[in-house]
Ligand binder design. Structure first.
Ligand code: ADP
Ligand code: MG
Length: 712
């Protein structure tokens, strides 16, 4: 039997009454196996003697003391017992907050095991939070000392003591159980993994720190191995389901006729990254399997052109293509580019968003279903109910991280095994690409079109904003344009945060006070779509010189004459938003500038309010520093990951994959790579998992699936 197959309810272990049962349920523990998998978040080493004199601030002491004296501090009801104790090395004070009852036990002359964190204060070594136990005279007679104790994540009314006791009881029962190992024997031997049974026991109550380390490694490896097995299997399934759908053309990655015509008409050459990406895409499209590829490339690296080239190939072969963008603004820009670049080649594009009027919409849907449209550009409206395609063969999703998993499968359902190309300017670090997009191929455009100068980034405090404004004025005088970005739309949005500038009032101030000679306009998410379009057009055309906005300009907007990006309260934006915003400038050949203006108000406030106000926290500072020192989106994404942890990265939380127990794909990247190699090698050699060594994998997946299945 596998661990995951143990189905006994938690009430079957000793010590679980209805009250405890309810508490455990809140923590997600209803079966015995849930408790066995309720892994500690830390371990307390009470194995190692650390005498009083050996304490380091906030590190743990573990020793045997003799009580010398009892003293009292404070008065009346606030009176607190203070025990003076000593071991062979030093004297210390134990403060018994809320534990005055210890007076009766800790009589002078008595001996105790104690452990706890100590500090040096008021001229003495002291602790206000210590655990104790009476040494009963016999060697090894103590219950928890001389051991390594688990420290569990707590919730509700659960205490460490309760959990330790219950897990112990569960383990006693478990000791009679026959549980199978989950990793093929060859790998387990190579990696020195513990048996499943030992692993579970040792992860809770290890006999030594070495054993604990082994148990941790065993668990982590097992989780990652099955994660990769699942990813690998999904890729296999996709391929086998499609194997007979279309013949391989044998053309590899070479360019098609229409693609060559488009490239020939461009005023520039493809960059190397673009060239490689389109070759990889062509090879995918010429293979018998549908493409599933992620195209990563920094803002401005020219992904759109690659997408158009992919569309051309599909269209040339008689299929329809769609290009979906996350916002109407961006979709419109793509549609305009499609009209400009592709119509001359005879392609029939169409534009579809939720805002197309019902009359026009009906007409459009008819043309889509009849195959009179080759390329449909739009928002998710492209895939809403009632939209039908005659022969949808390619789906391109721009800024894929904005779309959820469910949307993606909805999209794919509109065609029969269409090729899928996802584009992202928020590069996914390698470690996460493995886990989240493990079954996608990845193309990366790592270089920018020639002639682009890197954006010069400056940090400025709010108090020196005038210097920033003066600088921007000179750029405007020279004929260029500027963005100003704020975290809030208006002051109604977050009334409590009076110190924050917002787009609405700053638009007025910039227009009237600071840049009266230049036309200024305001853009944010509450502006309606038609108005948005007008605003963007006037900015792109240069009639408006200053665009004041919230992060709506984050995605995709392309105005080469804009040379300044001023982000106020920059500390409030996430790294990927900052990077995207900065990418809005530097799209022409002029030198571009980005000013990250941060507010200092945080400095005058109490520490505990910093987080609450969201002002210059340590993490905020780190983000600004990262922006100052890096321009490569891949590096910034890695830094983002370090600062925030994987769960926070856009799109990842939806993947449903990170329900891992102990493993952390970022921290455990080495194990992850190894597990991936092992898993993929096995699937390659034995896709059906039929060999006797591999049977354990298919049985486990069937009998006790380690993850919930999520389809991307
Ligand atoms: P992103 O990757 O951010 O979507 P875009 O596709 O919007 O980038 O391209 C940014 C700009 O670069 C566009 O104006 C586009 O015309 C231009 N561009 C694309 N490829 C090249 C190239 N090979 N050489 C010069 N400019 C290019
Ligand atoms: Mg783009």
């Amino acid at each position: 039997m596998f661990l995951g197959s143990i189905s006994r309810p938690i009430t079957s272990i000793q010590g679980v009454g209805s009250k405890t049962e309810a508490m455990l349920k809140k923590a997600g523990v209803t079966r015995v196996v849930d408790l066995l998998r309720y892994y500690p978040r830390d371990w307390e080493d009470r194995n190692h003697y650390v005498p009083l004199a050996g304490f380091r601030t906030n590190s743990r002491v573990c020793t045997t003391v003799t009580v010398i004296d009892q003293q009292w501090i404070g008065f009346g009801r606030m009176r607190t017992l203070k025990l003076i104790v000593r071991d062979e090395t030093a004297q210390a004070a134990l403060l018994c907050f809320n534990r005055n009852f210890l007076e009766k036990q800790f009589v002078p002359g008595s001996r105790w095991f104690i452990t706890g964190k100590f500090n040096y204060k008021y001229g003495e070594i002291q602790s206000g939070a210590f655990d104790y136990e009476a040494p009963d005279g016999n060697e090894g007679g103590s219950k928890s000392f001389g051991k390594i104790l688990p420290v569990y994540p707590l919730s509700g009314d659960l205490t460490q003591k309760t959990l330790r006791k219950l897990v112990k009881n569960a383990l006693e029962q478990f000791a009679h159980e026959n549980v199978e190992d989950e990793i093929p024997r060859g790998i387990a031997a190579r990696e020195g993994l513990l048996s499943k049974k030992d692993t579970i026991r040792a992860i809770h109550f290890p006999l030594s720190m070495e054993e604990l380390e082994k148990a941790r490694r065993s668990l982590i490896y097992t989780e990652l191995f099955y994660l990769e097995i699942m990813i690998g299997k999904r890729a296999l399934d996709r391929k086998s389901a499609a194997a007979d759908v279309r013949p391989s053309s044998g053309m590899g990655g070479s360019l098609s006729a229409l693609q060559r015509r488009l490239i020939g008409r461009l005023p520039f050459e493809l960059t190397r990254g673009q060239g490689e990406a389109i070759a990889e895409i062509n090879a995918d499209m010429n293979s018998p399997y549908p493409m599933a590829r992620l195209l990563q490339g920094d803002v401005g690296s020219g992904k759109t052109l690659v997408a158009f080239l992919a569309c051309l190939k599909t269209i040339e072969e008689g299929g329809q293509a769609t290009l979906m963008a996350p916002t109407e603004l961006l979709a419109r820009q793509h549609a305009e580019n499609a009209a400009r670049l592709l119509e001359p080649l005879g392609v029939r594009p169409a534009f579809l968003t939720g805002n197309v009027s019902s009359q026009g919409r009906r007409e459009l849907l008819k043309r889509l279903a009849g195959g009179e449209v080759d390329l449909a550009v739009g928002t998710h409206a492209l895939f809403s109910a009632g939209v039908e395609y005659r022969a949808l063969k390619l789906v391109v999703v721009d800024e894929q991280h904005r779309f959820g998993v469910t949307q993606r499968s909805q999209i794919m359902a509109k065609g029969s095994m269409p090729d899928l190309l996802m584009m992202s300017a928020t590069p996914i670090p390698r470690s996460l690409a493995f886990t989240v997009f493990g079954d996608l191929e990845v193309s990366s455009i790592r270089n920018m079109p020639p002639g682009r100068k890197p954006v010069k980034t400056h940090l400025a405090s709010q108090s020196s904003e005038k210097r920033v404004y003066d600088f921007v004025r000179r750029e405007l005088d020279a004929g260029r344009q500027a963005y100003f970005v704020y975290p809030l739309i208006g002051d109604d949005e977050s009334p409590g945060e009076s110190g924050l500038k917002n787009a609405v009032s700053m638009a007025e101030r910039l227009a009237v006070e600071i840049f009266p000679g230049f036309s200024t306009t305001l853009l944010h998410s509450r502006v309606d779509e038609e108005e948005k379009r007008r605003i963007m057009e006037s900015f792109r055309g240069g009639e408006t010189r200053i665009l004041v906005a919230t992060s709506v300009v984050e995605v995709g907007v392309d105005v080469p004459n804009a040379s300044c990006m001023v982000i106020e309260h920059a500390e409030r934006f996430g790294l990927s938003a900052l990077h995207q915003l900065r990418g809005r400038v530097g799209r022409g050949t002029d030198q571009a500038y980005c000013f990250l203006v941060y507010s200092e108000q945080a400095k005058h406030e109490k520490d505990d309010q910093l987080d609450f106000r969201g002002s210059l926290t340590e993490e905020g500072k780190q983000r600004l520093k990262v922006m100052l020192e890096n321009s490569d989106g891949f590096v910034i994404a890695e830094e983002d990951l370090k600062l925030r942890g994987p769960g926070q990265i856009a799109g990842i939380e939806q993947s449903g994959y990170l329900k891992l127990g102990l493993a952390d794909p970022v921290r455990d990247i080495r194990e992850l790579i190894k597990a991936r190699e092992d898993a993929f090698a096995i699937l390659q050699q034995d896709p059906g998992l039929l060999l006797s060594d591999h049977r354990v994998i298919s049985r486990l997946m069937e009998e006790a699936p380690p993850f919930e299945e999520v389809s991307l």
